[in-house]
Write a protein that binds this ligand. Structure first.
Ligand code: FAD
Length: 418
């Protein structure tokens, strides 16, 4: 029986594994985490809206329903591509086919100071650490008598006006205005500053201008300060430096201004294209290696003159395609090249406010928010997770309360630890 190794159980890996299960092949699933993480909702864990368990799902719980699959919890450290073996912390794993979906990491564009003194959202622990830090900043602000220091503790700078930056900014201002203002009556809600810095002249560049303008207007009315055409060039943990030398005193810097392919691509010795992503052929294999598929954020595919974005729908479609390509080859059937079918994109801004574009249709406000809600619930893995998330969202919708206001690690929350 031929063996397929699926390296990485993100959006692409899970789809590939599901499509390969029960098809007469041995399927080995490898990941450094024993769960699949729903990254698009990490910002809600960071802003005390969701418990971390509700956006993660154990791989073994999925695998037990997928005939012929087995999970190995291991760090993948390298490969011998000629010998078709993967090196992992759990030993060497031979394969006939390899599907690599290692995802991406935050790109700081070589700025070490920003990397050291900013928060990002990629892992569950990042979200918990950021939530701890936000709540700790409030605790410290309450005890602070110097008004300048107090203001710096309550100033949050967000870099990047893409969906992650916009969603985080909206969720954070709602947390401060509706929830923390009640928890900390000593702090004036208006003392808190949330500043979103975007290098371009508008938010949500992938969306039509009208929707960007709606998003910006909505955030502005909610109290988020928007700085367009500006860049953050430095950080020290107590202040943030903008291009032109302007300094903002702020203890929190959230970086969502770029991603690059996961280091796994380099560890496997794969060719590197823009952003470290691996250039692949139209069937998602690496040139000269017909048994090696690269999928999801790690794969660089140009379609209609544009590189495909690093988003979950692209990853899911690539994962399914790679599985089908392997099966087609085994069964001696033809399969056309990979083509991404874009069903649209969306971003939520706050309660009852979102923007969405799908099949040429532009939605904003409540209908877009409802569509966002339903789609995220649909794609979340696990019935219990869906119930938990729905409960938390309903609770917030009706009572303006975020339940997960817990500081779970006091020491690490004060200083970011690498
Ligand atoms: C905060 C945030 C918000 C986002 N919001 C949206 C959104 O609203 N809509 C949208 O479409 N997309 C969104 N995305 C992007 C989306 O999550 C990614 O495009 C998607 O996760 C990519 O899927 P993937 O399978 O390529 O990688 P991932 O889902 O990142 O999975 C990669 C897997 O590989 C594993 N791995 C990596 N290296 C190793 C190694 N060396 N050894 C073992 N295992 C390894 C990881 O543990 C992980 O499980 C968001 C991303 C983030 C971080």
């Amino acid at each position: 029986m031929k063996r397929v190794v699926v390296a990485g159980m993100g959006f692409a890996g899970v789809r590939a594994a599901r499509a390969l299960a029960g098809q007469g092949m041995e399927v080995l699933l490898v990941d450094r985490h024993n769960y699949h993480l729903f990254q698009p909702l990490l910002y809600q864990v960071a802003t005390a809206g969701l418990e971390q368990e509700s956006i993660a799902y154990p791989v073994r719980a999925m695998a037990r329903n997928w005939p012929g699959t087995r999970f190995i919890l291991a760090e993948i450290t390298g490969a011998d591509l000629d010998a078709r073996t993967l090196r992992t912390s759990a030993g060497t794993i031979p394969y006939d086919y390899l599907v690599v979906g290692g995802g991406s990491v935050t790109n700081y564009f070589g700025n070490d100071a920003i990397a050291r003194h900013s928060f990002d959202l990629k892992k569950l622990s990042d979200a918990e650490q950021l939530r701890n830090h936000i709540l700790w900043s409030c605790e410290r602000a309450v005890a602070e008598t110097d008004p300048d220091k107090r203001r710096a503790l309550m100033t949050f700078v967000i870099v990047g006006g893409g969906p992650t930056g916009v969603e985080f900014a909206g969720a954070l201002i709602e947390l401060v205005r509706y929830v923390l203002s009640k928890d900390y009556p000593e702090l004036q809600a208006r003392e808190a500053r949330i500043i979103l810095v975007e290098a371009a002249e508008r938010l949500l560049l992938a969306m039509p201008e009208k929707l960007s303008a709606y998003g910006a207007e909505k955030l502005h009315r909610m109290g988020v300060e928007l700085l367009f055409g500006r860049r953050v060039v430095g950080a020290s943990g107590e202040q943030v430096e903008l291009d032109g030398g302007e300094i903002i005193r702020a203890h929190t810097l959230f970086w969502s201004a770029g991603v690059r392919a996961a280091p796994l691509a380099e560890a496997l010795g794969l060719p590197a294209g823009p952003g470290g992503r691996v250039p692949v052929l139209p069937d998602l294999t690496v040139e000269g290696r017909p048994e090696l598929f690269v999928v999801g954020d790690m794969a660089h595919v140009v379609q209609d003159g544009q590189p495909l974005p690093m988003v979950a729908p692209v990853a899911m479609q690539m994962g399914v395609y790679a599985a089908r390509a392997i099966l087609a080859r085994e069964w001696g059937r033809p399969l056309g090249p990979f083509r991404y079918r874009d069903k649209g994109s969306m971003a939520t801004i706050g309660k009852s406010a979102a923007v969405a574009v799908s099949h040429g249709l532009n939605l904003r406000g409540y209908p877009a928010w409802l569509a966002w809600l339903l789609l995220h619930l649909y794609y979340l893995i696990g019935f219990r997770n869906r119930i938990l998330v729905m409960l938390n969202w309903s609770w917030y919708y009706w009572f303006h309360e975020r339940q997960v206001r817990l500081i779970t690690d006091c020491e690490r929350s004060v200083e970011k630890v690498e």
